[in-house]
Design a protein. Structure first.
Length: 100
């Protein structure tokens, strides 16, 4: 199961993702991302702190999102480790990573 919440203001946009990011739910996040990113005036923040599992398909989507400018927010060993792999960042307990 996956829950995606979006929030928009004139100056920012964010997606909060909860649950498992794998299988058919990857397409749901991609749809939400495409919709929010198309109208965002600043990089979209993608909060992954409540994600419990990320499959290879979810990891591939997060990588594409990061390459397109998403700010990935993660913590914990599972999500944090995957975001570190995607971004090539140094280890931290909490991550807030933007592609340059």
């Amino acid at each position: 199961m996956l829950k995606i919440s979006s929030q928009r203001t004139p100056d920012s946009a964010s997606l909060t993702v909860e649950g498992r990011l794998t299988g058919p739910w990857v397409l749901e996040l991609e749809r939400a991302w495409t919709s929010v990113n198309a109208t965002a005036s600043a990089p979209v923040e993608v909060n992954l702190t409540a994600v419990s599992f990320i499959g290879d398909d979810g990891k591939a989507l997060l990588n594409r999102m990061w390459q397109q400018g998403a700010v990935l927010i993660a913590n914990g060993c599972c999500t944090g480790h995957i975001v570190k792999e995607i971004t090539g960042s140094c280890p931290d307990d909490d991550l807030r990573i933007k592609h340059n």
